[in-house]
Write a protein that binds this ligand. Structure first.
Ligand SMILES: Nc1ncnc2c1ncn2[C@@H]1O[C@H](COP(=O)(O)OP(=O)(O)O)[C@@H](O)[C@H]1O
Ligand SMILES: [Mg+2]
Length: 217
């Protein structure tokens, strides 16, 4: 089972949007997929509740580590587990999530507030040896990007100065909110108009595939 955690201690950067889209992508591919919502606001779980029965199935996973429900205990039942992390993560939760997940996807918005929040989160991450030695991959998703704006350029420059790659650049579009309102994603709604938005996810999916089958070097 591949575990992907979507995390950033900054609120509103797109964690739930990215987590739901990743889960739907895996499910559409026919993989047995679970989505765990660690956020008290439970937006990912509410999205699952809205999900139409005919949509590709995604299991609602209750990750109550204290009660022994750890990702490892799900290993045989799922191919992919996406974990939607809360903004308010204690040092211990960060450690827990990082220990379990193969890949950590960090959405970042083009704003200085988000840069500051992201730096604080990365500082937490870098305290963990598994992250420092790159045994846990961390990758950014630049979210709500408006091409050819100063804010977008600034975000590129900011992320280029950090040591993890930008796996995807997702544009700002109302279509995201419309899709998730119906328990769906842009991979299952939006028609041909959404195709340019879907294409923006391809590099992130490619990177996650590498995490499943590490390239032999
Ligand atoms: N690429 C995007 N384009 C437009 N709106 C977006 C995009 N990504 C997220 N949003 C919107 O931003 C808000 C916060 O996103 P959300 O995924 O809930 O963030 P988080 O889970 O980090 O708090 C939501 O209203 C969501 O619809
Ligand atoms: Mg959220």
């Amino acid at each position: 089972m591949l575990i992907v955690a979507v995390a950033n201690t900054k609120g509103g950067c797109g964690k739930t949007t990215v987590a739901t889209h990743l889960a739907a992508h895996f499910a559409i591919k026919g993989l047995r997929t679970g989505l765990a919502d660690l956020d008290r606001q439970q937006s990912a779980r509410a999205w699952l509740d809205r999900r139409p029965t005919e949509a590709a199935p995604i299991a609602d996973v209750d990750l109550d580590v204290a009660a022994g429900k750890t990702p490892k205990s799900l290993g045989k039942r799922l191919d992919r587990l996406v974990v939607d992390c809360p903004a308010a993560m204690t040092k211990d939760t960060v450690k827990d999530v990082v220990r379990q997940a193969e890949t950590i996807v960090v959405p970042v918005l083009p704003s200085t507030f988000d840069e500051d929040g992201t730096l604080r989160f990365l500082k937490h991450l870098m305290k963990l040896k598994t992250v420092r030695t790159h045994r846990r991959d961390v990758t950014f998703v630049a979210n709500r990007v408006r091409a050819r704006t100063r804010a977008a350029d600034r975000l590129e420059a900011f992320l280029a100065g950090l040591e993890f790659p930008i796996a995807a650049r997702l544009r700002d579009s109302q279509m995201y909110a419309n899709a998730v309102a119906g328990g769906l994603t842009l991979f299952e709604s939006g028609g041909v108009r959404a195709q340019p938005l879907r294409d923006e996810w391809a590099p992130l999916f490619a990177l996650l595939e590498q995490a499943v089958e590490p390239a032999k070097t």
